[in-house]
Design a protein. Sequence first.
Length: 267
Amino acid sequence: MGNWRVEDELHTDLEGVRRVVVKIVAGDVTVTAGPTSHIDVRRESGSDVDVQLIDGTLNVLQPDSNMAPLERFIKWFTEGRRHTCTVELTAPADASIDIVTVSAPVVVSGFRNGTRVKTVSGDVTLSTLGDRVDVKTVSGEVQAKSINGDVALKSVSGDLSIVDGACPTVAAKTVSGEVLLDLDLDPTGTYDVKTVSGAVSVRTKSEPNLSVDAKTVSGRVISDVGENWEPSAGSRNFSDTIGDGGARLHVKTVSGDLRIVEGRAAA
C-alpha cells in the first residue's frame, strides 16, 4: 500500500499492481508493460496529483480524489487546462488498464487483460494489447496496432484505425471520422462499422474470404477484390461474397464510401 500527494514530482517503484486507474485533465499519459512496476509523475499546474496503491489498484488522480464525482466533473470542465500533469508508469502485463482524460493524449502498450480509455480531445495510441479494448473519444484520433482481442472504438469526429493483429470482433462507430481496418480478418470474426459521413477502408489479404453487407444512402462501394456499387433510389443495400465468405463485414453509413483494398500478403 502507498499514498502520495505530488506537489512537484514522484519517482518510485511499486509492488503488487494488478489494476491501473488514471483520471486527469491535461498533460500526457504513458502506460507500458514491464517486469518492474514503476511510476513517474510530474505536476505541471493546478491541483496536487493524488497517487494511491490500495489492494492492487493504482490510482493516479488530478484533481483531488477526495472530491465527490460531480464536484470533480465540474472542476474538470470549468477550470480546463489549469490542471496539468505528466504520468509515465510501468505495470505487469496482466494488469488491467482504465484511463480517463479530457485533453491529455494517451499511450498504452503491452497489456493482455483489458484496456479502457475515455477522452474528449486527447489522441489515443495503443499497441500489443489483448482481451478487450474499449476506447471512447469525441475528437481525439485513435490508432491501434497489433491488438489480439475484441475491439470497440467510438468517436464523434476522431479518425479510428486498427492495423495488424488478429481481432475476432471489431465495433467501430463515428460520425465524421474515417475508419481504417488493416488487419488479418478472423474467418469467424464479425466487423461492424457505422459512420454518418466518415469513409471506411478495409485492407485485406491478397486472397481474402469475406462476406460484405453494406447499407448507405449516398456512399459508394469501391472494391479491388469484389464488386463496385453505387446506391440508387430503389437500392441502398449491398451484399457481396468474396472468396469463400468467412469473416463478416457489416458497414452502415449515410454518405461515407466503403473501399476494400487488396494489399496484405497472405500468411
